[in-house]
Design a protein around this ligand. Sequence first.
Ligand code: AMP
Length: 282
Amino acid sequence: MKIIDNIKELKEELKKIDGTLGLVPTMGALHNGHLSLIKKAVSENDNVVVSVFVNPIQFGIGEDLDKYPRQLQKDTELCQNEGVKILFAPMVSEMYQEDKKNLTLICPPYEVVDKLCGKSRPGHFDGVCSVVAKLFNLTKANKAYFGQKDAQQLFIIKKMVRDLNFDIEIVACPIVRETDNLALSSRNQYLTQSDRKLALNISKALFNIKKLFNDGIDDVRALVDSALKIMEGLDVEYIEFVDKNTFNFQTAADKNTLVLIAARVPESNTRLIDNILLWDAM
Ligand code: AMP
């Protein structure tokens, strides 16, 4: 496996490879969720590039850019074990020569960013789309792998690929959870013991909504109330029901419903997100 930190060498190395190329963009601190994407990419492509880049332009003021976990040595070993061809881990100055305000950015439309995570994180998806577009252009990968864990991000990236005719296939990968159903996240490292207990109530609330829906309850208000009871003690930023194909809000759940939650866990003030499809046939 080649570990590359600059664009020139990345391009040279990519010229040498034969066959198809899969890309897995990450911010590092790799866990089994990331590894599921990497394994799928390795199984479907002749070559895989994993990028590890904590992208500053997708963080807002006061967010956790500085404390975000960075563990390149461990990430390198994990990628090596999975048969990754290139680990691309550039410095910020390699990716951006200017401040965000002076960069050409890809800004998804208001309609898709003025809700859910985009609402509390203004500019976040501009940063995400811009770095992902750069990685698509740099690698010219055939396929790129993204987790359903970041459902709004996945929706927006698919739209960007469609709208701008990127010649790449987006592969969506299911959420990987701990045995107790907590969704894996690099930010779980911030959680204290009591935080982790409380954080579990996010997935508990989602799975309970799914159960109630299967029992015949489709009223969003009733389902939200049931979830808020379970999530007492958490600072719930949003709990929303959307149509998974359009991300339009719903008042009654149906077979296309995706339920999304963002909540802060009090002690460590960690913001976590999770989601669930009410009907599994995707
Ligand atoms: P991040 O490093 O958080 O930017 O995540 C990189 C990629 O891994 C994104 O496409 C995420 O959606 C995906 N990912 C993160 N956590 C999980 C998880 N628990 N299950 C599946 N995919 C995940």
